[in-house]
Design a protein around this ligand. Structure first.
Ligand code: ATP
Ligand code: MG
Length: 601
C-alpha cells in the first residue's frame, strides 16, 4: 500500500478523550476513530491487526478440532426467557441492548451466545454418538457497558471469539477445557504478549473451574494475586489466602465504653489502643433478588479484613431459595437514599453490633423484615473482641460469641485476599500483586444452560441426559489493544511482529531524487511479492515527518533508501530498538525474511 493513496491521518497531540497510552496511541496513529460512547471505527491499519489476531485465534482453535460457524447477532427474547436470563440481562445488569421489532416481538443484540448455541444443540444433537462437539465463532458482540472506556478495551461493540463445547461427561469437558487452556496460551504467546493464566470467579454455579488469561499491564482493570513459586495465581475476585494471625485481646471483661467519633476501624483502634484483629466489624449490604425481594445483609468480619463483594454475591445467590428467588439482581451498600425506603428508624451506622435488632427494618412485601446475618470465618474464633453497641458513640469490649452475642448461623468465606497474605498452598510464600487486562476466559459451565433450556441427548444407556457444557471467550479487539499497552515508547507503538499491520515500511527521504524512488519502488514490489507486507511512504513530505509517522504507527522495520543507495545499500531500522543497519539492496529481502521468521516463531 502506498501512503499517498491511503486514508492516513496522524495526530501530533494526545487526544483529550483518551486516558491510557494504548488508547491515545491508537487514536493518534489513525488506527481507530470514536463514533460514539464505546463505539469505534476500525480504520484500515486496525482492521489488518484485527484480522491477524483473528487468524492466530482461528488457527489455534482449528488445531483443537473446534469448528468455526457464525451465529445470529439478533436474538429472540424467548430464548433468553428459557434460560432465565432475559430480565437480568436487560434490567438488572442491563448489559443487553433490547428492542421491539415492528410486530412488537422483543429481540436483543447478542452480548454472548449460550442461548443460541444451546437451542441449536437441543435441536440437532440427539445421541451420545454425536458428542463431544465444539463450535466457535469470531464476531461483533454488543454490550451496553455502564462505563465504556479505554477505547477498544471496554467497548459497547467489540469483537469476540466465543466457543461452546458439548459433552457426555465431566472428563470429556475437562479434556476440552485443558485443550483450550493450551490453545489460549499459544494464541497469546504467538501474539507476542506477556500474560498469566489465573483462577477466576465462576459465579454461584460452584464446583466448576474457570480461568482467565490476563495480559500484564499497569492499566489493567483487574488485580491478579500470585506467588513467586509459580504455584498460585488468581483474580482478586476469587483469590484465597491465609489472613494474618489475630492478636490476643487486651480486654478481659465485657464492658460498654464511650468511644466518641470512632465510626471507622482506624479511629476506633487508635482510641481504644487495640489491634483491628480484635474487632468484629459489621457491614451492611442490600441485596435485591430477582423476585423483587430486598434483603438487608449484615456481614460480621474481623476488623482488619474487607468483604469481597463477588464472594458475597455468590453466597447470597446460594441462599436465593430461602427467599423463593433464583438469583440476585443487585448487591449494594445502602446509602441514605436507599435506607429511606426500608429503615423504620435510623441505624447506628458505624456502631452496629452483630445483633442489631430487626425492628430497624420496616418489613413489607418487598422488604424482608429480618436481617440476613452472615459471619466471615475470620471473625468466628475471636474472643473478648471489640464491636459496636448499637448506640452511636459507644462500643463494647471483651465480648464473646455465645455469651453477649449469638454466633450468626451462616458462616461464609467472603474476605478479600490481599498482597502480603500467606499463601494457602505454602505459608512461606506470600501473595504478590499485579495489574492485568482480561483478554480470555475459559469456563466449565456444566449443565446450567442445558438444564434450564431442556437441551438433552440420549445416552448409551438410553436415558435423556442434559448436555455438559463448556464456554471459552477471547476478546479479539481488547487483545489487539492490550498488545499496544504492553509495547510502546515515547515515539509511538511497537507492534509485536506477528500482529503488526505491515512488516515493513519504506520511507523515501526525498521523492524528487530519482534514484531513491527507483530503489524504493523496486524493493516495494519485491518485498510484497515475497510475502513481506510492506508500506511505501511516497508522500511529498519531509524525511523527518515520515520517520516520525513510521515510528508512531509502529511498523517493525523501516527501510530508508537514502544517501547510501549510491553504494548499493539502504538503511534498515528496527522499530523496537531504533537499531540501524546498512544492508545491500539485494539482501534486504532475505534479511527481513529471516528477522520476521525469527520474531514470529
Ligand atoms: P469483563 O469482566 O472485562 O467485563 P467479562 O467477564 O464480562 O469481561 P466475558 O463474558 O468472559 O467477559 O467475555 C469474554 C472476553 O471478551 C473477555 O475475556 C474480554 O476479553 C472480552 N470482553 C468482554 N467485554 C468486553 C468489552 N466491553 N469490550 C471489549 N472486550 C470485551
Ligand atoms: Mg470474564
Amino acid at each position: 500500500m502506498r501512503l499517498s493513496q491511503m486514508l492516513f491521518v496522524t495526530l501530533r497531540e494526545d487526544p483529550a478523550e483518551a486516558e491510557i497510552p494504548s488508547h491515545k496511541l491508537l487514536l493518534r496513529a489513525g488506527y481507530i476513530r470514536r463514533i460514539g460512547s464505546g463505539i469505534y471505527a476500525y480504520l484500515p491499519l486496525m482492521w489488518r491487526v484485527l484480522k491477524k489476531v483473528s487468524q492466530i485465534v482461528r488457527e489455534e482453535m482449528d488445531a483443537t478440532g473446534a469448528q468455526e460457524c457464525l451465529l445470529p447477532q439478533l436474538q429472540p427474547a424467548d430464548l433468553w426467557r428459557e434460560s432465565g436470563r432475559w430480565d437480568t440481562y436487560t434490567q438488572a445488569e442491563g448489559i443487553m441492548f433490547a428492542m421491539k421489532d415492528r410486530q412488537q416481538r422483543e429481540v436483543g443484540l447478542g452480548p454472548t451466545h449460550e442461548e443460541v448455541i444451546t437451542t441449536i444443540a437441543k435441536d440437532m444433537i440427539r445421541s451420545y454418538r454425536q458428542l463431544p462437539v465444539h463450535l466457535y465463532q469470531i464476531q461483533t458482540k454488543f454490550r451496553d457497558e455502564i462505563r465504556p472506556r479505554f477505547g477498544l478495551m471496554r467497548g459497547r461493540e467489540f469483537i469476540m471469539k466465543d466457543g461452546y463445547s458439548f459433552h457426555t461427561s465431566e472428563e470429556s469437558l475437562k479434556k476440552t477445557y485443558q485443550d483450550m487452556a493450551q490453545a489460549y496460551s499459544n494464541m497469546l504467546r504467538r501474539s507476542g504478549l506477556e500474560f498469566r493464566a489465573v483462577d477466576a470467579d465462576s459465579g454461584a454455579i460452584g464446583g466448576s473451574g474457570s480461568q482467565e488469561f490476563m495480559v500484564l499491564a499497569e492499566a489493567g482493570e483487574d488485580e491478579v494475586l500470585y506467588t513467586e513459586d509459580g504455584q498460585y495465581a488468581a483474580n482478586v475476585e476469587k483469590a484465597v489466602s491465609m489472613p494474618a494471625d489475630a492478636q490476643a485481646s487486651p480486654f478481659a471483661s465485657f464492658e460498654k465504653r464511650e468511644t466518641p467519633g470512632t465510626e471507622t476501624i482506624a479511629k476506633l483502634c487508635k482510641f481504644l489502643k487495640c489491634s483491628p484483629t480484635q474487632v468484629v466489624k459489621n457491614v451492611l449490604y442490600q441485596a435485591v433478588y430477582d423476585n423483587g425481594m430486598t434483603v438487608l445483609v449484615l456481614v460480621s468480619i474481623r476488623g482488619d479484613q474487607d468483604v469481597n463483594q463477588v464472594k458475597l454475591l455468590n453466597e447470597l445467590t446460594k441462599l436465593a431459595g430461602n427467599y423463593q428467588a433464583k438469583t440476585v439482581l443487585f448487591l449494594t451498600v445502602p446509602d441514605v437514599e436507599a435506607q429511606r425506603k426500608w429503615a423504620a428508624k435510623s441505624l447506628p451506622l458505624g456502631y452496629m453490633a452483630p445483633d442489631v435488632a430487626d425492628d430497624y427494618i420496616a418489613g413489607s412485601k418487598e422488604v424482608n423484615s429480618k436481617f440476613l446475618r452472615l459471619i466471615d470465618r475470620t471473625a468466628v474464633d475471636l474472643t473478648n473482641f471489640v464491636t459496636g453497641s448499637n448506640e452511636s458513640g459507644y462500643h463494647v469490649v471483651g465480648a464473646n460469641w455465645g455469651k453477649e452475642f449469638p454466633l450468626p448461623a451462616t458462616v461464609v468465606g467472603v474476605r478479600t485476599a490481599k498482597k502480603g497474605d500467606r499463601a494457602v498452598h505454602n505459608p512461606e510464600q506470600t501473595l504478590q500483586t499485579a495489574r492485568g487486562i482480561e483478554v480470555g476466559h475459559i469456563f466449565q459451565l456444566g449443565t446450567k444452560y442445558s438444564q434450564a433450556m431442556g437441551a438433552t441427548y440420549t445416552s448409551e444407556q438410553g436415558e435423556e441426559m442434559p448436555f455438559i457444557m463448556g464456554c471459552y471467550g477471547v476478546g479479539v479487539s481488547r487483545l489487539a489493544q492490550s498488545a499496544v499497552e504492553q509495547s510502546y515508547d515515547k515515539d509511538g507503538i511497537i507492534w509485536p511482529v506477528a500482529i503488526a499491520p505491515y512488516h515493513a515500511i519504506i520511507s523515501i527521504p526525498n521523492i524528487s531524487d530519482a534514484q531513491q524512488v527507483e530503489v524504493a519502488e523496486k524493493l516495494y514490489n519485491e518485498l510484497n511479492q515475497s510475502g513481506i507486507e510492506t508500506l511505501l511512504d511516497d508522500r511529498d513530505e519531509r524525511a523527518g515527518v515520515k520517520f516520525k509517522d513510521a515510528d508512531l504507527i509502529g511498523i517493525p522495520y523501516r527501510i530508508v533508501p537514502g544517501r547510501s543507495v549510491k553504494l548499493g545499500k539502504v538503511e534498515v531500522v528496527e522499530r523496537a530498538t531504533h537499531k540501524a543497519h546498512e544492508i545491500l539492496i539485494e539482501e534486504v529481502n532475505s534479511t527481513l525474511k529471516q528477522w520476521i521468521d525469527a520474531a514470529i516463531k
